[in-house]
Design a protein around this ligand. Structure first.
Ligand code: PHE
Length: 486
C-alpha cells in the first residue's frame, strides 16, 4: 500500500473532478431526450426533486464512507463493517459495476472519437447517411481508436490524483462549460429555435406515469455517478477539512445545470431542422440520437452557415461529448485502480496496466457485438430476444445492479456503520451540520424511503428484463422431458 494516500489539492479541484465524473454522455444526450419525451418542464421538475432529495443524500453517504475508511469501495465496506463477510459482497459489487460499465462506456466513447475525426476530415455528409453508423462501428479502425482513447485516459490516471485527475478536470471542465454555452448561444439564434425551447420547458404533467418516474430516478442516479463506487473512491481522496454536504451540493448543482443546458442545445437544433417534428417519436437510445439523428441535424445547418460552418459546429459538439466522456471514464477506471492499490498493494502503474489489459479485451468483446463476431452479437437470449455481449453488460450492470448498489449503500450507512458515525463524518469540515434540518432529513430518508424507492426500481427492472426469461425457461423445462445425456 502507498505510504501516504494521495488527496485532491483543493476543494474546487475535488468539485471539478467529481463534476467531471458526473457530467457525461448521460447529461448531454440522454437527459435532454428523456425530458423531451416525458413531459418537458414536468420531467425537469421531477428530476430536480430526485437529484436533491433522493440522490444527494446517497452521494453524501458514499463520500462519507470513502473518506472515513480512507479506502477503495472493497476496503471501505470491510473496514467500516468491522470485517463482516456478508458486507464484503456489496464492496465487490461496487468494484465490478464500474469495471464493467467502463467497458461499454469506452466503446461508445470510441465511436464519439471516430465521429469527431470523421467530421474534422470533412465527412459530415457521410456521417449523416443512414448506413454509415453500421459500417463505421464494424470497421477495424475502431480498434485503433480504442487504443488511442485508452492511452489518453490511462495517461491521465498514471499521473495520479492531484496531477492527473484533478489537473485534467481543472483544464477540461471549464473548457466544457464554455463550449457548451457557446454552442447554445449559436443554436438559439437559429430559425425556429424557440419552438424547441418551448417544447423542452412547457410542462405536460399528463405524461408522468410510473415508467417515467422510474426513468427519471434512474437517470438522476446514473448522472450523479452513484452506485459505481466512484464517490466512495473520490471520498477517500477528500481532505477532512472540506465539507461533504457543501461539496456534494456543488457537484449536484453543476451536473444538473449542465444537463439542463444541454437541452437548450439539443431541442432547438432539432426544431431548427424540422419545426413540424413530433419529439415523442425520437429514439430512446443515446447512441441512436448521437450517431444517427444528430449528424443529419448538424448537416442541415449548412443552409445557413455553409458546409464548413456546419462541420465546425458538429466537431465542437462531438468534442464536447468526448471531453465529458473522458472525465467520466477517468473517474470510473480509478475505482479498480484504487482497489488494486489498497487491497493488493500494487503500484499505480502496475494497477493501470493490469486493468487496462483486461478492459481492452472486454471492450473488444463489446466492440465486435454489432455483427463483426457472431458469438458476441448473439451472446444470450433474454426475454425472447437475442442480446449481444454489449447489451448484456449494459442490462446487468447499468440497468440492474446500479440501483441495487445504491440501496446497499443506504442500508449499510444507516444500519451497519450507524447514523452516529455517518453524522460525525459529515460534521467534519462542516461545523453547522449537526442539528440542522438537512441532517435530520438525510438520516431519516437514507434509512427509509430512499432505499425503498431504489428497491422498487430494482424490482421493476428485474421484472422487465429477466422475469420473462426465467419464466419461459422454467416453462420449457417442465414441458420438455429430460433427455439422458449420452
Ligand atoms: N454521470 C455519467 C454520465 O452521465 C455516468 C458515468 C460516470 C458513466 C462515470 C461512466 C463513468 O454519463
Amino acid at each position: 500500500m502507498s505510504a501516504v494516500r494521495e488527496h485532491f489539492g483543493s476543494r474546487l479541484g475535488f468539485i471539478l473532478a467529481a463534476a467531471g465524473s458526473a457530467v457525461g454522455i448521460g447529461n448531454l444526450v440522454a437527459f435532454p431526450v428523456a425530458a423531451t419525451k416525458s413531459g418537458g418542464g414536468a420531467f425537469l421538475l421531477m428530476y430536480a426533486l430526485f437529484v436533491f432529495f433522493i440522490c444527494l443524500p446517497v452521494m453524501m453517504a458514499e463520500l462519507a464512507m470513502g473518506r472515513r475508511a480512507d479506502k477503495d469501495p472493497v476496503g471501505a465496506y470491510r473496514q467500516l463493517s468491522g470485517g463482516s463477510r456478508g458486507w464484503s459482497i456489496p464492496g465487490w459489487m461496487a468494484l465490478a459495476t464500474p469495471f464493467m460499465i467502463a467497458v461499454f462506456y469506452l466503446v461508445v466513447t470510441v465511436w464519439v472519437l471516430g465521429y469527431l475525426i470523421e467530421t474534422l476530415r470533412g465527412n459530415l455528409d457521410l456521417l449523416a447517411t443512414e448506413a454509415h453508423f453500421g459500417q463505421f462501428i464494424n470497421s477495424p479502425v475502431v480498434f485503433l481508436y480504442l487504443v488511442v482513447l485508452m492511452v489518453a485516459i490511462n495517461g491521465i490516471l498514471a499521473m495520479g490524483v492531484k496531477d492527473g485527475i484533478e489537473r485534467a478536470a481543472k483544464t477540461l471542465m471549464p473548457m466544457l462549460f464554455v463550449m457548451l454555452l457557446g454552442l447554445v448561444l449559436f443554436v438559439l439564434t437559429r430559425e425556429n429555435a424557440m419552438l424547441g425551447v418551448k417544447y423542452y420547458l412547457i410542462p405536460d404533467f399528463g405524461k408522468i406515469d410510473s415508467a417515467v418516474v422510474s426513468k427519471a430516478m434512474a437517470q438522476a442516479f446514473f448522472s450523479l455517478s452513484l452506485g459505481m463506487g466512484i464517490m466512495i473512491t473520490y471520498g477517500s481522496y477528500m481532505k477532512k477539512r472540506d465539507s461533504i454536504p457543501g461539496s456534494s451540493r456543488a457537484v449536484a448543482i453543476t451536473d444538473t445545470l449542465v444537463a439542463f443546458t444541454a437541452g437548450l442545445l439539443i431541442l432547438p437544433s432539432i426544431f431548427h431542422f424540422d419545426p413540424q417534428i413530433d419529439p415523442s417519436e425520437l429514439s430512446d437510445s443515446s447512441a441512436g440520437m448521437i450517431f444517427l439523428f444528430l449528424p443529419k441535424i448538424f448537416l442541415s445547418l449548412q443552409d445557413s452557415v455553409g458546409y464548413f460552418g456546419a462541420s465546425a459546429f458538429a466537431a465542437a459538439f462531438f468534442f464536447l461529448v468526448l471531453v465529458a466522456a473522458i472525465t467520466s471514464l477517468v473517474s470510473i477506471i480509478e475505482v479498480p485502480i484504487a482497489t488494486l492499490r489498497d487491497e493488493r498493494g500494487m503500484s499505480r502503474r502496475k494497477a493501470i496496466y493490469t486493468i487496462a489489459a483486461v478492459q481492452f479485451v472486454l471492450a473488444i468483446g463489446c466492440a465486435v457485438s454489432f455483427g463483426m463476431v457472431n458469438f458476441f452479437t448473439q451472446f444470450v437470449q433474454l426475454a425472447g430476444a437475442d442480446k449481444s455481449f454489449f447489451d448484456l453488460v449494459e442490462i446487468i450492470f447499468y440497468d440492474t445492479i446500479l440501483p441495487l448498489n445504491g440501496l446497499l449503500v443506504c442500508l449499510f450507512v444507516i444500519y451497519k456503520w450507524k447514523k452516529a458515525n455517518f453524522d460525525q463524518e459529515l460534521q467534519e469540515g462542516d461545523s453547522t451540520f449537526t442539528g440542522s434540518v438537512s441532517q435530520k432529513y438525510i438520516n431519516f430518508s437514507l434509512g427509509t424511503f430512499i432505499p425503498l424507492l431504489l428497491l422498487l426500481i430494482f424490482i421493476n427492472t428485474v421484472a422487465l428484463k429477466f422475469l420473462d426469461t426465467v419464466l419461459s425457461s422454467l416453462w420449457r423445462k417442465r414441458k420438455r422431458p429430460r433427455l439422458p445425456t449420452p
